[in-house]
Design a protein around this ligand. Sequence first.
Ligand SMILES: NC(=O)c1ccc[n+]([C@@H]2O[C@H](COP(=O)([O-])OP(=O)(O)OC[C@H]3O[C@@H](n4cnc5c(N)ncnc54)[C@H](OP(=O)(O)O)[C@@H]3O)[C@@H](O)[C@H]2O)c1
Length: 326
Amino acid sequence: MRALQISQLTGPDDIELVEVDEPSPEHMLAPDGGVVIEVRAAGVSFPEVLQSRGEYQFKPPTPFVPGAEVAGVVRSVPDGSGFAEGDRVAAMTMLGGFAEVAVAPPYLTFALPDELEFAEGAGLVLNYHTAYFSLVTRGRLTAGETVLVHGAAGGVGTATLQVAKGLGARTIAIVSSDEKEQVAREAGADEVLRSDGPWKDQAKELGGADLVIDPVGGDRFTDSLRTLKEEGRLVVVGFTGGSIPEVKVNRLLLNNTEIIGAGWGAYVMPKPQVNREIGEAIGKLVASGHVRPLVGARFPLERGVEALKLIDSRGATGKVVLEMGA
Ligand SMILES: NC(=O)c1ccc[n+]([C@@H]2O[C@H](COP(=O)([O-])OP(=O)(O)OC[C@H]3O[C@@H](n4cnc5c(N)ncnc54)[C@H](OP(=O)(O)O)[C@@H]3O)[C@@H](O)[C@H]2O)c1
C-alpha cells in the first residue's frame, strides 16, 4: 500500500511517499486485534509536525508512518467490537493513519454519521473529543456560560466553538487575521477579537469569561486569567504559541479562579466508557446540526509535505485533511 513515512527527524520536508506492507490487525493499544480500516481521509494535526522533528512527547522509532486519525470503511473487526465490515467509521489510529489501510483500537473507533463525508470524519475524533473533554469533563461548562477560545480558527478552536454553542454557551473567539475571523464566525463565534489588539480589555467589556479554552499558551496566558469572572476556569489544552506559560498563583487566590489541565489522550485511553460517552455526546451534536467539522484544506496523500507545512506556517484554518485516491 502507499503511505507517508518519517525516516529522519528533520521536519516536514523530508516526509516520503513509500510502498509498505499493509498493517497486521494488532494495534499497540489493542494487542488482541484492532479494527482494520480502508482509509478514505486522514486528519493532519500539529503533533505530526512536531513528530517530523522528533519534538512530540510520543517518539516512535524511525522509520514510522504518522497519522493519528482517519475516516474510512471497515475491512475487518475483532470479536465484540460492535462494528461490521463495510461500516463507515471515524477512528484514532494514533500512528499509521497516513496510509491506504490503518488499524484502530475498537474503543477509539466511532460510527461516522451519514451527514458527514469522510474528509469531515477525519476531523471528528481528536478535535471534537478534545473540545468536549476540555469544555465539559474538565471545564465543567454549563449552559449560559461565556467561553473564550484562543486559536479559535484552528482545528481544536473551531471544534470548541461548535461544541460550546451546541451546549448553550456564549462564545468569544480570539484570532490573528481577517480570514481567521471569518472562519471563527462560521464555527459559531458570537464575538471575535484580534490577538494582536486589546483583546483582554475588550473581553472584560463584554462581561468576561466563565471559561477560557487555551490551545495556544505563550505570553497571553496571564491576560487570559485577567479576563476570568469570579469562579472562572482556564483550561490548558496546548502550546502552539511555543512557550509554556508560568503564572503567579496569587492571581488565582485574589480572584477565586482556577487553572485546569486537559490532556484528552492520557485521560481517556484507559477509560473506554468515557470514550463512549463523549462519542455519544458528539453524535447528538452532529444530529442537532451543531457539529460539522470545518475542512480548511484537502491534499492528496502524495502532497502530505504541503499539508504539514501549512500547519507549521500557521496558515491552516479548520482541519487539514489528506484524501486517499484524490
Ligand atoms: N490537550 C489535548 O488533549 C490536546 C488534544 C488535541 C490537540 N492539542 C493541542 O492543541 C493545540 C492546537 O491544535 P490544533 O490542531 O487546533 O492546531 P491548529 O489547527 O494549527 O491551530 C492552532 C492555532 O494556534 C494559533 N497560534 C498562535 N501562535 C501560533 C504559532 N506560533 N504557530 C502556530 N499556531 C499558532 C493559531 O491561531 P491564530 O493565528 O489565530 O493565533 C492557530 O490557528 C496543539 O498544541 C495540539 O497539540 C491538545
